[in-house]
Design a protein around this ligand. Structure first.
Ligand code: ADQ
Length: 489
């Protein structure tokens, strides 16, 4: 009955994520302009009609003064957003430090930071303290706005300490936690100094979700091996209390992409691109400029392909659109220079006076330009070294119903589990294998392309972002009801 009631009364959903789905720019002492970002999570939740969603998160700006905080809170309220104010020091230690320098690389199998061990250990402790403090600040805002019957959905590696903070305050709160990155093998998680504390905290949630069964299995193994708890087919059991653990593969709002292709400005853009690259096959990479995306490896594989296939040199072009992220971090600056250097070398080697084989852009594209690019592409190259899911592969497939292009996809992206049958799967570390996959993709028969595309298109259009969000929240409601019945019996 509880679910039925929730449906008719539109249950409130509190989505807690590190960042709010808006960018805030201060116009004056007491006024702000807001821009809604179109990320996957935002579109997923906007599409869910069953719940009334509110967002709680950091607005991405430092607002030290009360006047500014009040004005921003008011402006955000119109967008159903509630800010958590974090000062610069906390952001440095919690966000840049513990989240992005420790958990992000570790969860993508890149290990813990290797610099001066002593310094790392010392800063590790202060960063973990800041992480817990920041998570408690998120919890305080949730507690302030929570009403009986709400569902609280915590997102990602930034907020692993949040379920514990929430349940400590209110045991009956319905809390779910979803991880957008991979959860690594328990042997990797074991290296993390705060390994047990984080696992215990996540287990305080009622439902814990991952993109794939493998990540869920790794999490359960970490709990059994590191904490000595019992793993069951349903989840993890601790002193009679079950935390349900399951896979909820995310999707995209495929209709939004399909509809965009009909717009005159997108059609115009497609026409320009087709003219610009007439006579050449277009290969495409769209990534955040992050080490996990395997951009240098991808470009080196393309070089190998050109080296081995001279006949293709003036008949193919690789467009690599890499939006810079975390630009203040030295490793990311190094990655940018490395990519520029490789691209420069290859263009110098195989370019002619009229054309170069690689166009590399360090920038973000707007939605319409991105759709046009996806639609004119012959072969998409997604070669992440690790990736929780990878939505670029889904977006490409959604835009390809006319062209039926080929997707080359890393076997280390979560998407390999869902789009594997239609894509050419590769080990992104093996440059020879990726070069061979490029050859196979460019020479694939139309029948084979159609067959593979059909499989992927049907998956992408039926496993949508909206369905993902609805499934997770329904499962969370059911899990809590089942737990109540178990306790009563
Ligand atoms: P990301 O690592 O950001 O997400 P991904 O899933 O590919 O990776 O999503 C990237 C989004 O940014 C896509 O919507 C894409 O269109 C957009 N984007 C990337 N580069 C762009 C560019 N140059 N210009 C414009 N737009 C660009 C994290 C995890 C993923 C997981 C998602 C969702 O790392 O593994 O799939 O969350 O859970």
């Amino acid at each position: 009955f509880e679910r039925e009631d929730a449906k008719t009364a539109r249950q409130r959903l509190l989505v807690v994520a590190n960042r709010l789905p808006v960018s805030a720019v201060r116009k004056s002492e007491d006024s702000w302009s807001l821009e809604i970002s179109g990320g996957g999570l935002v579109t997923a939740l906007l599409g869910v009609k069953e719940f009334e969603a509110r967002w709680i998160g950091w607005a991405g700006v430092n607002v030290p003064d009360e006047i500014g905080q009040k004005a921003l809170t008011k402006a955000l309220a119109e967008q159903r957003c509630i800010p958590v104010f974090l000062d610069e020091e906390i952001v440095h230690q919690y966000y840049n430090g513990y989240c992005n320098n420790i958990l992000w690389p570790l969860f993508h199998y890149l290990g813990l930071p290797q610099e001066d061990r002593l310094a790392t250990t010392r800063s590790f402790q202060s960063q973990f303290a800041a992480y817990k403090k920041a998570n408690q600040m998120f919890a305080d805002v949730v507690n302030e706005h929570y009403e009986d019957g709400d569902v609280v959905w915590c997102h990602d590696y930034h907020l692993m300490y949040l379920p514990k903070c929430l349940k400590k305050h209110n045991r009956s709160m319905k809390v779910g936690w979803f991880l957008h990155t991979p959860f690594p093998s328990s042997e990797i998680h074991r290296t993390l100094p705060s390994r047990s504390e984080l696992l215990h905290s996540v287990l305080a949630a009622d439902l814990v979700g991952f993109h794939t069964y493998d990540y869920a299995r790794h999490f359960v193994s970490a709990c059994t091996r590191i904490l000595g708890l019992e793993g069951t087919p349903e989840g993890v059991e601790d002193q009679g209390r079950l935390t349900r653990v399951a896979a909820f593969p995310i999707g995209i709002d495929s209709e939004r992409f399909i509809r965009a292709l009909e717009l005159p400005q997108v059609q115009e853009h497609m026409k320009d691109l087709k003219e610009r690259f007439a006579g050449r096959k277009v290969m495409l990479g769209v990534d955040r400029l992050d080490m996990i995306k395997g951009i240098p490896q991808k470009i080196l594989a393309f070089e190998k392909f050109l080296e081995e296939n001279p006949a293709w040199r003036d008949k193919v072009v690789l467009l690599q659109i890499a939006v810079p992220t975390r630009t203040d971090v030295p490793e990311y600056q190094k990655l940018t220079s490395q990519v520029h250097e490789i691209v420069g070398r290859i263009n110098g080697r195989f370019g002619t006076l009229t054309a170069v084989p690689i166009h590399h852009l360090d920038r973000s594209l707007n939605f319409h330009a991105l759709c046009a690019l996806y639609a004119v592409t012959d072969v998409a190259l997604v070669t992440s070294l690790r990736d929780g899911m990878n939505l670029v592969s889904y977006e490409f497939v959604a835009c390809q119903d006319a062209k039926k292009g080929v997707l080359i996809l890393s076997e280390f992206a979560g998407a390999a589990q869902s789009l594997g049958a239609g894509a050419i799967l590769v080990n992104p570390w093996n440059i020879t294998e990726v070069a061979a996959a490029i050859d196979q993709a460019l020479n694939m028969s139309p029948d084979e392309r159609e067959k593979r595309h059909k499989h992927n298109f049907s998956h992408v259009t039926t496993h949508t972002a909206q369905q993902w969000a609805e499934t997770f929240v329904s499962e969370l409601n059911d899990t809590v009801v089942e737990a109540e019945i178990r306790t009563r019996d």
